[in-house]
Design a protein around this ligand. Structure first.
Ligand code: DGJ
Length: 692
């Protein structure tokens, strides 16, 4: 709910358990008042009349503004910096009023000297305890204005000594969660590569000694892929500031008269503990962004064949995949142009006749006859120098006129901000989807942008063009599912999730490494979008041998895929594949729609434990990477059950009936032995005292 006290110019955004409050102060500045646990009567919150700390610490510097802008006596991080035609660079806004439409509040600010409008929009998602905020800048002057910096907003937390967490990593090792103390000086996370990054992720989590169940947690995730920047800072004036938005590195945006620019939005919230943060974000993603349908079990041929794809071999794989229980067959890289390695083919999206002499349809027919849907891989933003497309249009890549452009993975990035390039890609996708019965597109992007052309706007416009192509293709083919992949998990963010349906989490398919990758991912992103495959051993990256059961259990934590060479598996393995895939289909609704809990066993901390709760059903996944000698069982306290309900708990040879109260306080005791041991415990409500 949004409450406005017009006379006091006081604005409260109330969700089920939180409040976010700001007002217009005596100086006409939009002043932040509160963010945290719910306060019913937020009008008790009043702004303090501030005096400068000293002439060197002017009042602006200590005023907690919702949207500080560059200009005047303000030296801290600002959200907006503009350059006017005469060289002026300062903005001095005044409050002009507000508009409210259901759950959306827009605050209108205007520069005192020029007709430059700043509209701050706040959307309130009451049931998910979340807000979504963004800003739109409109140039109503008759001059061209250059925006040199645009951050979505400023967050104020009236606390010091907080901990900041995000992820670091690189290809094959994404999603390494780290935590560091916020102190004096700035923490900066960013992407400067255009094509998102494995190095950091566009979100912030700040907390005050929180754990999964309790403690103040403030978080925000940017709804945008590509170049972002997050700055976190503890000020000398006793608060912690966060800004998140577009990266101002090599950035500007030109606004001609009557043009506007919208910032990406931030989905943000306050929660008591990390589990509530994840549940709120996951539910919001599932219910407001993602399709409601269950994700299919897929087979992808990449690890089995790499570029050596042929129609006959793919048909063999497809028949076997269907026999094992797969529902979707995805043909990965290598089916088009002269694509026999990374060096050629990208850009030439015609079917390779040597590999598919009668086109793709003979394969698609077999896939469909066997009850599966068909999916295909493309990397539309890229071109190889050896391709026909590059020979015809060398000017289509990002380049500087007098500089030799860099290749990376043997390819260039197409300047898809050019209308002709964008149409070429959209036409290629529409043509592919018109001529073939395709249900799934895996959209890959395997290198960052370089030699970015003379136009600094391309970093942001590139990603907007990607979104636009996917949106337009979906308009015509609304049932087609798009997977976002960028050398594995390089394009995991809420911007991508708005247009794409699935994330390829990582090229690292080692089932043990995946536990931590998946756990870190789960803090912010929904399990339902997390693709995870069972692949062969030794794993191509880690060289580890891991039993098939553990590999399945690890991949069954997300949306299950099979990526192994299934034509080479033994009869015994085939039985396991069939059983596990069948089991997954029975529990998929709990995994994909349930609340996800990261558990810590209270004894035996070498065990990894995760729980899902969906209505009356729950699952506990337990993993032990290295055997422990002895008979000490791991004791794991379950979460999210209803205390007075009796549950049937089945695992190994044990079947017990216990109350939710018992399971959440005494817990389950389980002993795994052998390296890479794993188990899925099923927990089903049998009756509830509350209902009797
Ligand atoms: C990188 C992706 O992450 C892989 O899954 C695979 O699609 C290759 N590209 C194909 O080139």
């Amino acid at each position: 709910m949004i409450y406005v006290n017009e006379s006091k110019q006081h604005f409260s955004l109330q969700t089920a358990n939180t409040s976010y409050v700001f007002c217009v102060d005596g100086e006409g500045l939009l002043r932040h008042l509160y963010w945290g646990s719910k306060i019913e009567n937020t009008e008790e919150l009043e702004y303090e009349v501030l005096c400068e700390v000293s002439t060197n610490d002017p009042v602006h510097e200590i005023t907690p503004e919702e949207f500080p802008v560059y200009g005047g006596l303000l030296y801290k991080q600002h959200c907006l910096k503009a350059k006017f035609q005469n060289g002026d660079r300062g903005i001095f806004y005044q409050y002009e009023g507000y508009t409210q439409e259901q759950n959306t509040l827009t605050i209108h600010l205007k520069d005192k000297y020029r007709n430059l409008l700043i509209d701050l929009e706040y959307k309130c998602f009451e049931e998910y305890d979340l807000l979504e905020r963004k800003v739109t800048i409109t140039n109503n002057t008759d001059e061209t204005i250059t925006l040199e910096q645009l951050q979505t907003g400023q967050f104020h937390i009236k606390k010091t000594g907080l901990k900041f967490s995000n992820v670091h990593g690189h290809w094959g090792a994404e999603q390494n969660r780290f935590e560091q103390e916020v102190s004096y000086g700035k923490i900066l996370i960013e992407c400067r590569r255009g094509i998102s990054t494995h190095n950091h992720n566009p979100y912030f989590i700040l907390h005050d000694s929180a754990n999964e169940d309790a403690g103040d947690v403030y978080f925000g995730a940017l709804r945008m892929s590509g170049n972002f920047r997050g700055v976190i800072e503890q000020t000398p004036y006793g608060e912690t500031l966060v800004q998140l938005g577009l990266n101002s590195h090599d950035f500007n945006a030109i606004l001609k008269p009557s043009e506007k620019m919208e910032s990406p939005s931030i989905i943000c919230g306050y929660s008591n503990g990390f589990a509530a943060m994840s549940h709120n974000l996951h539910s919001y993603a599932r219910k407001t962004i993602m399709k409601p349908t269950r994700k299919m079990v897929l087979y992808n041929s990449w690890e089995a064949t790499e570029f050596k794809v042929t129609c006959d071999h793919q048909i063999e794989l497809a028949k076997k995949a269907a026999k094992l229980g797969a529902e979707l067959f995805v043909l990965d890289d290598g089916w088009f142009g002269q694509r026999d390695s990374i060096e050629n083919g990208l850009g030439d999206w015609y079917i390779n006749e040597e590999k598919f002499p009668n086109g793709l349809n003979p394969l698609i027919d077999v896939v469909k006859e066997n009850g599966m849907k068909f999916g295909i891989w493309i990397e539309p933003e890229m071109v190889n120098p050896l391709s026909d497309l590059y020979k015809q249009h060398p000017e289509w890549i990002y380049h500087f006129d007098k500089v030799i452009s860099d290749t990376s993975r043997g390819q260039y990035v197409l300047n898809i901000t050019l209308p002709e390039v964008k149409s070429y890609i959209l036409n290629m996708i529409e043509d592919l989807l018109t001529k073939h019965d395709i249900a799934y597109i895996k959209w890959d992007a395997n290198r960052p942008i370089s030699q970015s052309s003379s136009d600094k706007q391309i970093w942001h416009n590139h990603i907007l063009a990607v979104y636009d192509i996917v949106a337009k293709a979906k308009e015509k083919f609304p049932d087609v599912i798009f997977e976002a992949c960028a050398s594995g998990g390089g394009r995991i963010d809420y911007g991508a999730l708005t247009y794409f349906d699935d994330f390829w989490t990582s090229d690292n398919t080692d089932a043990f490494d995946r536990l931590t990758i998946q756990e870190s991912y789960s803090y912010i992103y929904p399990i339902k979008a997390m693709r995870a495959w069972v692949t062969d051993c030794p794993n191509f990256l880690s060289k580890r041998y891991i039993p098939l059961r553990f590999r399945f259990h690890s991949a069954m934590m997300g949306t299950l895929g099979i990526g192994s060479n299934i034509l080479k598996i033994s009869e015994e393995e085939e039985t396991i594949y069939k059983d596990m895939i069948a089991q997954y289909k029975e529990i998929a609704h709990i995994v994909q729609e349930g609340d996800f809990y990261r558990l810590k066993p209270i004894s035996q901390n070498k065990y990894y434990a995760y729980q899902y709760v969906f209505e009356n059903e729950s699952l506990l996944y337990v993993f032990l990477p290295q055997t422990l000698i002895g008979h000490n069982k791991a004791r794991i306290l379950l979460k999210g059950l209803s205390p007075k309900t009796t549950y049937k708990v089945s695992y190994q040879d044990v079947v017990i009936e216990k109350s939710g109260e018992y399971l959440m306080n005494f817990g389950i005791q389980i002993l795994l032995s052998g390296d890479y041991a794993s188990e899925i415990v099923k927990i089903n409500a049998v009756y509830s005292i509350e209902n009797n």
